[in-house]
Design a binder for this molecule. Structure first.
Ligand SMILES: NC(=O)c1ccc[n+]([C@@H]2O[C@H](COP(=O)([O-])OP(=O)(O)OC[C@H]3O[C@@H](n4cnc5c(N)ncnc54)[C@H](OP(=O)(O)O)[C@@H]3O)[C@@H](O)[C@H]2O)c1
Length: 243
């Protein structure tokens, strides 16, 4: 049976990844930085007889990543899929002064930018750094990083928004580099643009529901990618997204 780990998964796109992967027969590790929220979300899926394990994971905390690796190593001995979904958008910071520090030039603050970059750009690499030895035990190890069209330089049509735009763009290039390093080990690692999705982050006007967005990514990316796609930035329809 295939094992999947999803980060930031008690709600939004992450929760729906857990739901659809579990329906496909994966054993899913549903992680969230608040264990109670992970427990409640996993319980909802367990009630449908789906195999979902709740685990605490703040992706910015390398010790917690290592603890999860130990648990997965003991219970499963391999990992087939990591969905690096956890992400933040400074526009959602309740503290609007802090929000401005990663949003508008006059308030630009490297310390707040670092916080966003750590979660959105570094954490996906930290996950792979620590799970690498379990990924290579899979017949077809896949890593899917949830990026955004806002990380595309050529498509960017508005200003400001530095934290989100910068961190997703950095994630795109870091993933390409990581993919080239990991290619000899057979690990497929791609970045995806899910489109504009109706979640807390995306708001209610998004073009897709979470169900549609995840189904498209499963049908057009997860089930189609090969090692030749590793490092690509893919759109929800499976085509390559402009960088
Ligand atoms: N919705 C869209 O239109 C859209 C478009 C493009 C890309 N994306 C990307 O899709 C991903 C999922 O977002 P969403 O739309 O589903 O938004 P969401 O409902 O706000 O979910 C974001 C999730 O990330 C978690 N998270 C944030 N920081 C974390 C950390 N340090 N450790 C662990 N979990 C953390 C959040 O948990 P807490 O509540 O504990 O913070 C939450 O569960 C993000 O990477 C986002 O950038 C979304």
């Amino acid at each position: 049976m295939k094992i999947a780990i999803v980060t930031g998964a008690y709600k939004g796109l992450g929760f729906e990844w857990c739901n659809q992967l579990a329906h496909l027969g994966y054993k899913v590790v549903l992680t969230a930085r608040d264990l109670e929220k992970a427990n409640a979300a996993a319980h909802e899926l367990n009630e449908q007889e789906l195999v979902v394990y709740p685990k605490e994971l703040n992706v910015a905390n390398e010790t917690e990543i290592e603890q999860l690796v130990s648990w997965c190593s003991e219970y499963f001995g391999k990992v087939d899929l990591i969905v690096n979904n956890a992400g933040i958008n400074p526009k959602d910071f309740p503290d609007k002064e802090k929000m401005a520090k990663a949003f508008r030039l006059e308030a630009f603050d490297p310390a707040v930018m670092d916080e966003v970059i750590h979660i959105n750009s570094y954490a996906p690499l930290l996950m792979v750094k620590h799970f690498r030895h379990l990924l290579v035990k899979s017949q077809q190890p896949i890593v899917i990083n949830i990026s955004s069209w806002l990380g595309s330089v050529s498509q960017l049509g508005f200003g400001g928004h530095y934290g989100y735009v910068g961190s997703k763009n950095l994630l795109n290039v870091l993933n390409k580099s990581m993919a080239l390093e990991l290619k000899p080990e057979g690990i497929i690692t791609v970045n995806v643009n899910p489109g504009w999705v109706q979640t807390d982050m995306g708001g209610s006007k998004g073009q897709f529901t979470v169900q549609q967005a995840v189904k498209q990514l499963i049908d057009n990316v997860l089930t189609k990618v090969t090692i030749n796609d590793s490092g690509k930035f893919l759109n929800y329809d499976g085509t390559e997204h402009p960088w």
